[in-house]
Design a protein around this ligand. Structure first.
Ligand SMILES: Cc1ncc(C[n+]2csc(CCOP(=O)(O)OP(=O)(O)O)c2C)c(N)n1
Ligand SMILES: [Mg+2]
Length: 111
């Protein structure tokens, strides 16, 4: 999920913990609502109300709710982090920090 989606949904980890469901969550954390930010820039040459806190510790939120997690900043660290997540036995969030300036491609606008 994205970091924006994490903001919408992470309190549900409380349920995962109480129901003993060791779900693995992988967050692509670009400190933005990227799907809003970059099309705004494309269409209007500016963006507004699309930035989120940089480097926010969504993994620490999951830990506070009774799960666990970690931050990843290097691509080579993603695989080992997911391995740890898969064997953690508790809900686990891998918080991958990415470049806010990197716009992902989209085909729906035809642009
Ligand atoms: C409940 C709800 N509100 C608003 C939207 C509109 N919306 C679609 S994508 C998006 C931003 C998502 O940001 P993030 O999860 O960080 O993903 P990113 O595009 O940055 O990878 C929003 C607000 C939505 N899909 N659902
Ligand atoms: Mg995002």
């Amino acid at each position: 999920m994205g970091d924006g989606a994490a903001g919408f949904s992470l309190m549900d980890v409380d349920t995962l913990v109480r129901q003993n469901l060791p779900v693995v969550m992988v967050v692509g954390n670009n400190s933005a609502w990227g799907l809003e930010k970059h099309p705004m820039r494309l269409l209007h040459q500016y963006d507004v109300a699309a930035d989120l806190q940089q480097g926010l510790r969504y993994d620490a939120v999951v830990a506070a709710l009774g799960g666990a997690g970690e931050v990843v900043t290097d691509p080579g660290g993603i695989g080992p982090a997911i391995d740890r997540a898969m064997s953690a036995g508790v809900p686990y969030l891998v918080n991958i920090l990415t470049d806010p300036e990197a716009a992902y491609p989209r085909s729906t606008t035809g642009l």
